[in-house]
Design a protein. Structure first.
Lengths: 314, 409
């Protein structure tokens, strides 16, 4: 008897909540109208692609013929038969582990250093650090800097100082390619996250620092850990999302600098692998399986990072 | 309080215990008072002489959060629609501001004066440090590191500009100079000659890009602005979920991963090889919605409520109250949108030569091989310059927007 009344109460509560939600939705009908144009476009061009990608990943699809369901065959082929994919995974992993955290920490450190500068200098410093990331094709200048002949600037400098006596093939020798891709990606990594850090640091309440000083914060590192980082948490999470995006999407830089496909697949990443199967071989099902794996990994990394950030400064 | 020469503003008062009151703050020449809505007697009243400190945090447009701290440590926090005007009025009439703190030099001078001696200590601090808990050694190391990295960051761009100004003989000189000894604009004029000979005239490429960028950015501003407005200021079922989804999709927005399915969808919609293939997805870029929504949350709700009570429709509130007040966020959305659209060569979704954007044409020139090294650098400079210039001119506004960019869990 008791339990039934409990169940009834629970159902009544549920009903109330739905009714309440319904009245709220009815009262704010106009809101849905406002949201609709964006929502329709967003669903069409952002959510739907992800869904179709997941759907096609279970099929064989080459655009010409209609997709044919083949279960998890694509995933099995990816992991068991595609040696190049394993290379790509390894390279992407190296990229993600270096570019993600290092780029993230560097953006924060530089934003923090810049924050101490006088105002006019700060504006210039922000421009210098941020501009490479919005420059789009600006990184193609590295094609000239690291050119493989003696007219390449880097080769000529090293030869001038007698460090090497013949030009090195920086962009086609598998020994150096990865390093250069990482350096260039790091050069471009002070992006939106960096801007968010600069702005966030500006917004921290000055009186918190004064209070901290009175309470015995003795040096900048203590101040950073106990005051700055905890008040920056939302920006840190935003920056992390941006850093994850950057570190897993390394594809354009190796493709442009080292050629496509690169020597010995030395800088083949998951994204260039995807590009290869999608645009060169038109194996859409297979390419979709690669994309799906990338989605899952990115979402998991975001979850991990936000769990990690939850512990900062506590 | 004299009725003449007062400044008023609608807004809310928040007490330390978290209670909020809606009403009006009236500031006169000698003091200020806060009237709760519908009450004749002032809820809080103070003479400027009783004031100890006053802070102002700008929230966008003319709205501000003003904190007033009295000498007896009473603290009032106001969210005001006309905050800027009110703050400057109070600041002007507040004669009893706290005096400048004495420096060590001042104290020594006072002592010397009392004793009738003359000393050689400058009155000012030799080093004025904003943070007392910083070591000078650390400052020097940090500035040095920052300087070195800044040089390293700027070098490639410097090199790029240098290359675009090099005459042919300097492009292939050993060792290659970073900056040309005889800078010339030849590369740029050659570039225009090459572009002039192309099958599709240069002006057509330029028109395509300008059209795509302008329509895409404007539409993005309106469409994402409308969505951000209701998400930030109204509570309705599904709103939070939608925003959480958009935040997650910040990660996939760069388009590399969703490129292929996107192509399939565009072709199903019959949009491939039209300008819309570039423009429509740009309307819905999640980064713009995200930044706009976060920035709009800082707008005082009182502003919208007051307009609603006055009978303004939601469209009107959006267009003539909310949008003018979030101008800094516009600029930020514009730069992100322009950056995306301007830099998108659209190689796969637009194949008619006459509809290709400028970057695509410049990219073809850059691929022209060794003979066109100089022109390639010039083309690169032109492509890169536009987003960078927009950023330089709107930097302070963009930083203002980014201050509210955090993701709250």
């Amino acid at each position: 008897m008791q339990s039934q009344s409990f169940a009834q109460r629970y159902l009544a509560m549920k009903r109330d909540r739905i009714a309440h939600g319904w009245t709220l939705a009815k009262r704010n009908r106009g809101c849905y109208l406002f949201l609709a144009p964006y929502a329709i476009l967003f669903i069409t061009f952002f959510i739907l692609p992800v869904c179709t990608s997941i759907f096609y990943s279970f099929t064989y699809y080459n655009i010409l013929e209609p997709p044919r369901f083949n279960g998890v065959q694509n995933y099995i082929n990816l992991i068991l038969q595609d040696d190049i994919f394993l290379t790509a995974i390894k390279n992407t992993f190296v990229c993600a582990v270096i570019i993600g955290p290092v780029g993230y920490i560097l953006s924060f450190l530089f934003a923090w250093f810049i924050n101490e500068l006088p105002k006019w200098l700060r504006a210039i410093a922000v421009i210098i650090f941020y501009v490479p990331s919005i420059g789009g094709a600006a990184f193609e200048v590295f094609l000239i800097i690291f050119r493989g002949d003696a007219y390449g600037w880097f080769n000529s400098i090293l030869m001038e100082f007698g460090i090497i006596n013949a030009p090195y093939l920086w962009l086609t020798d598998p020994r150096y390619m990865m390093t250069i891709v990482i350096i260039v990606s790091l050069w471009m990594s002070m992006g939106t996250g960096f801007l968010s850090f600069v702005a966030g640091l500006q917004g921290i309440d000055r009186s918190m620092y004064e209070a901290g000083y009175v309470d015995g914060v003795r040096n900048r590192w203590q101040e950073l850990y106990h005051i700055t980082l905890p008040s920056m948490k939302p920006m840190l999470l935003f920056g992390a999302v941006m850093a994850i995006t950057n570190s897993f999407n390394v594809g354009l830089v190796p493709r442009t600098l080292c050629g496509f496909p690169s020597t010995d697949y030395a800088v083949r990443t998951v994204v260039t692998h995807l590009f290869d199967y999608g645009y060169a071989r038109f194996e859409m099902g297979y390419a979709s399986a690669i994309a799906t794996i990338l989605f899952v990994v990115m979402i998991l990394s975001k979850k991990a990072v936000s769990a990690l950030l939850g512990r900062v400064g506590t | 309080m004299s009725e003449i020469n007062t400044v008023k503003s609608n807004g809310t008062l928040k007490l330390i215990n978290g209670k909020k009151f809606r009403g009006e703050l009236v500031a006169g020449e000698t003091g200020a008072a806060f009237y709760v809505k519908g009450k004749q007697e002032p809820f809080a009243e103070w003479h400027y002489a009783r004031m100890n400190r006053m802070d102002n945090i700008r929230r966008g447009g003319t709205s501000s959060q003003i904190t007033v701290i009295l000498k007896d440590d009473t603290r009032y926090v106001f969210e005001l629609a006309q905050g800027l005007k009110l703050y400057s009025h109070m600041d002007k009439n507040w004669v009893d501001k706290p005096v400048r703190q004495k420096t060590r030099g001042d104290i020594l001078h006072e002592q010397a004066e009392r004793l009738g001696e003359k000393i050689q200590v400058p009155k000012k601090h030799l080093i004025t440090r904003r943070h007392p808990n910083r070591s000078i050694g650390g400052d020097i190391i940090i500035y040095l590191v920052l300087f070195l990295f800044a040089v390293a960051m700027a070098f490639p761009l410097f090199f790029l500009i240098g290359s675009s100004l090099k005459p042919l003989d300097e492009l292939f000189r050993f060792p290659p100079p970073v900056w040309p000894s005889h800078p010339t604009m030849d590369n740029f004029s050659d570039l225009f000659v090459t572009m002039g000979q192309s099958w599709v005239p240069f002006s057509r490429y330029l028109l395509n890009t300008v059209l795509i960028t302008a329509i895409g950015t404007f539409g993005h501003l309106v469409v994402a602005g409308m969505a951000a407005f209701v998400l930030a200021k109204y509570e309705f079922p599904g709103g939070r979920l939608f925003f959480a989804l958009a935040t997650t999709f910040l990660m996939f927005a760069s388009g590399v991963v969703t490129d292929i399915p996107n192509y399939l969808i565009l072709s199903r919609l019959g949009l491939v090889d039209t300008y819309w293939a570039l423009i429509l997805p740009a309307f819905a870029a999640p980064i713009g919605l995200f930044l706009m929504k976060q920035f709009m949350e800082g707008l005082p709700t009182a502003l919208i409520e007051a307009a609603t009570i006055d009978g303004a429709s939601r469209i009107r509130i959006f267009w003539s109250i909310v949008m003018p007040n979030v101008k800094p966020a516009w600029l930020t959305m514009i730069i992100f949108s322009v950056q995306g659209l301007w830099n998108n060569p659209a190689g796969t979704i637009i194949y008619s030569e006459a509809k290709k954007p400028l970057v695509y044409a410049l990219q073809q020139i850059r691929m022209g091989g060794v003979a066109r090294t100089g022109q390639a650098a010039a083309a690169n400079v032109i492509t890169v310059a536009v987003p960078i210039l927009i950023f330089i001119f709107s930097q302070s506004r963009i930083l203002e927007t980014m201050a509210s960019s955090g993701i709250k869990e």
